[in-house]
Design a protein around this ligand. Structure first.
Ligand code: ATP
Length: 578
């Protein structure tokens, strides 16, 4: 496929907000892609060169892109700067300056040139990168240069969801939507949709079915649902394993020979700041092992675990060794996915746990979590009270018969946290969809309130749930305004359903956690709306700043909100009884 064709698909995607139309455009684009092209096409649609765990980024700051445009189209940087201030979109500016209507660039060629730019590093690399991008822009047509520029800036913003990509791949290649489930299973195991798509194109669904866990490719993490009480957990799961819930950062560890990699909850490669852990992992007497754990910093003198706020200081790029010696990490292993040649992911939890216990002891830098197996709510409650007294966050109850649910949040894992008096003592993660200008004293801060939403999995859209106007400091409001202005868009973004129009729409990118007093029914918000009545948060306030550890895929779902609403009713009734 020529890149100009892909650019036309981008343009069509940009101009629609309807999911069905997006789906049709994607199916068409996929039908037009060859085996060699499908991988880069999928990556372009996901707005990346490679999945995050490869650590490959284009690394062009706005200034560098501007210099490349200046070189490619012989316009002074001053002039470009003033145009940029006025328009705020370098892609649009490149489109205007570029007079070429046509080009012969191939998709694969553009991808590999962008890859070369990304891989250029070291001294003098900035200038090289600028020249390479200028060269590419020079060869491209108007429309192509618009999207190349936006891509290098991380601002393609086509708003295509992974779920829609998977469905469209199935339709394009198999003629029906039935393959989506298998594609998703493979994606959950290797976290690389481009790779799965390529396999689909090479060997059909049979090839996709053969994809399995591969050391060094992170598995998309299993996530937990929540319930408000020990009784509810037992009535849902029956006899279950009750695991300690640690409040550190999630670490998925892969070892293959001497090669060790550790991935975060967001599947970023965090090996570089886990130097001390890597050494310990290397000592494990197994050639191949993959396990899921939580890392916490601890005080060596008193042998006590530090709270999250301290542990998180380990996540840094510089002075890694120094911080590692001051704040050593301990890993608490709560699941095992591979041991030597045995892939354990589909085995029931009880079997995985047995293997886990044969590998990890109760002490040391890498130790297993402590569990209780019970079908008795009072026993569960006692264990919970005990771990909370010990300073932990709560428990995660686990279905003894369930496989590891890669990439899914379901009731195979159920969390109960110390802060749950009612469900809503816990925070809800929402995505920022837009903002309102402030009034009065707020004018100066630039933002009066944020419009936020949750994710509707069935419809693959974001639905609004609240306006959040408190919880941030003045400084944070100012910082937010700056960050949000970088991602503002002219119209309601694709895949956002809203009855409210904020003063400024933004591309769904940033996640915040909020607390609320209650979930109420409301005609104002689209979350879970039926017959014009949706769900809303009452008195929402932000907790902390932007959650850099979470992506928009991690926000709470509409289903969860409805569940919380129903549970909240139960909690209220229980309180009345008391
Ligand atoms: P939270 O903010 O409550 O940690 P979350 O959205 O990050 O929520 P959840 O799926 O709700 O993730 O809860 C599971 C998280 O809890 C995991 O991502 C993991 O980091 C952490 N965790 C700590 N201990 C355990 C355990 N024993 N089993 C599973 N997850 C655990």
């Amino acid at each position: 496929m020529k890149f100009k064709e892909l650019a036309k698909y981008f343009e069509r995607l940009e101009n629609t907000t309807k999911r069905l139309e997006m789906f049709q455009i994607l199916s068409e684009a996929f039908k037009n892609s060859s085996v060699e092209e499908i991988r880069p096409v999928v990556y372009f649609l996901q707005e990346m060169l490679l999945p995050p765990f490869y650590g490959v980024q284009i690394g062009m700051a706005d200034k560098m892109t501007l210099k490349a445009i200046s070189k490619a189209f012989f316009v002074s940087e001053e002039e470009l700067n003033s145009k940029y201030k006025e328009k705020g979109d370098l892609g649009e500016i490149a489109f205007e300056l570029n007079k070429k209507e046509d080009s012969e660039l191939e998709v694969v060629q553009v991808y590999s040139e962008l890859m070369k730019i990304a891989k250029t590093s070291g001294e003098g690399s900035n200038l090289l990168k600028i020249n390479m991008l200028a060269n590419l822009l020079n060869k491209s047509s108007k429309l192509e240069s618009k999207y190349i520029v936006r891509f290098t800036q991380g601002r393609l913003r086509l708003g295509v969801g992974e779920s829609t990509i998977m469905e469209a791949l199935s339709v394009a290649k198999l003629g029906n939507r039935e393959g989506k489930e298998k594609i998703e299973r493979a994606f959950n195991l290797v976290s690389d949709l481009g790779m799965v798509a390529e396999e689909l194109y090479k060997s059909g669904l049979e090839g996709v079915n053969k994809i399995t866990l591969m050391p060094m490719n992170p598995v998309r993490p299993a996530l937990a649902e929540r319930l408000p009480s020990a009784e509810e957990i037992i009535s849902r799961l029956g006899k279950c394993a009750v695991d300690e819930k640690f409040d550190g950062f999630r670490s998925q560890v892969h070892k293959d020979g001497d090669n060790v990699k550790i991935f975060s909850r967001n599947l970023e490669d965090i090996t570089h700041f886990m130097v001390d852990v890597v050494e310990e992992v290397k000592k494990l007497p197994y050639k191949r092992i993959v396990f899921d754990s939580e890392a916490l910093a601890y005080d060596e003198n008193t042998d006590t675990l530090y709270p999250f706020q301290i542990t998180i200081q380990r996540k840094r790029k510089h002075n890694v060794e120094e911080v590692a010696s001051k704040l050593p990490l301990r890993l608490f292993v709560f699941d095992i996915l591979l041991l030597e040649d045995q892939i354990l992911i589909d085995k029931p939890y009880s079997e995985r746990r047995k293997i886990l216990e044969s590998v990890f002891g109760e002490e040391g830098k890498i130790q297993r979590s402590r569990i209780l197996i019970t079908d008795n709510p009072s026993e569960l409650q006692k264990f919970f009270d005990e771990v909370v007294t010990n300073g932990l966050e709560g428990i995660v109850a686990k279905n003894l018969n369930a496989p590891y649910s890669a990439g899914a949040r379901n009731f195979n894992w159920i969390k109960l946290k110390r802060s749950y008096k009612s469900q809503l003592e816990d925070t809800i993660d929402v995505v920022i969809l837009g903002y309102f200008f402030g009034k009065g004293a707020r004018t100066e801060l630039g933002i009066g309130a944020l419009l936020v939403g949750v994710y509707n999995e069935d419809k693959d859209v974001f639905e609004t749930i609240a306006k959040v106007g408190s919880g941030f400091t003045e400084d944070e409001f100012k910082q937010l305004r700056k960050l949000l202005d970088e991602i503002k868009v002219d119209n309601k973004p694709a895949r956002v359903e809203s009855l409210i129009s904020p003063d400024v729409w933004v591309y769904p990118k940033y996640v915040i956690s909020v607390k609320a007093d209650e979930i109420t029914k409301s005609p104002t918000h689209t979350c879970g709306a039926e017959n014009g009545v949706g769900y809303a948060l009452r008195f929402p306030r932000a907790v902390g700043f932007i959650r850099s550890d979470k992506s928009v895929d991690d926000v709470n779902t509409t289903k969860e909100i409805v569940e919380m609403y129903n549970n909240q009713k139960k909690v209220k009734l229980e309180n009345v009884d008391v």
